[in-house]
Design a binder for this molecule. Structure first.
Ligand SMILES: [Zn+2]
Length: 185
């Protein structure tokens, strides 16, 4: 089964309350739509500060959520000097960071390294007989061909057929635009 592999760069999801604290207004403004078309990259960015360093220009991903969450790679975690857990996006808990916006800041346990995952539509999942939470693998054919195991399946009507890796995983596997990949179920 062919699939598309996309790399998720570090980004932050915010609650309405946290967004207001950081930016002093109600809603982010849309910069561009993402491949999951209910999500968008906002024009707004924040600075994230840890005990040993900081990351500038961290993009806010909209729409606003029930829980704030900062998703980053292990390499960026080293820059900040934090040891975040590997979690599925949306799960609670994380390493403590300070988030700085133009009008305010928050200090919260919200930093995670997102577990690599496969977004698949309900229809395709049914056809392939896979369920949410099931682990699959993906074989990547590139200049640095590799197979990643432990890719967690996420099924939803709004999803299509995309594997999401973080920047460490994507760069290690030599992902480029249109790199071909094969799912192993
Ligand atoms: Zn994703």
């Amino acid at each position: 089964m062919k699939t598309t592999v996309e790399i998720s760069a570090r980004h932050i999801h915010l609650t309405r309350e946290d967004f207001k604290t950081l930016f002093g207004c109600e809603e982010p403004t849309i910069r561009n739509k993402l491949s999951l078309d209910y999500e968008y990259a906002a024009n707004e960015t924040v600075e994230v500060v840890g005990p040993e360093g900081r990351l500038l220009d961290v993009r806010v991903i909209g729409p606003l959520r029930e829980k704030s969450q900062f998703e980053l790679s292990m390499s960026h975690a080293r820059v900040l000097g934090i040891d975040p857990p590997i979690k599925v996006s949306g799960e609670s808990g994380g390493a403590k960071i300070k988030v700085v916006g133009p009008v305010g800041e928050i200090l919260k346990n919200i930093a995670i390294v997102p577990k690599r995952h496969w977004h698949v539509s309900t229809n395709l999942a049914k056809k392939l007989r896979v369920k949410t939470g099931q682990n699959v693998a993906v074989q990547i054919k590139s200049k640095r061909s590799t197979i990643y195991y432990d890719i967690v399946t996420r099924v939803d009507d709004d999803f299509e057929n995309h594997v999401h890796l973080d920047t460490d995983e994507g760069n290690a596997a030599g992902i480029e635009k249109n790199t071909s990949a094969e799912l192993i179920i």
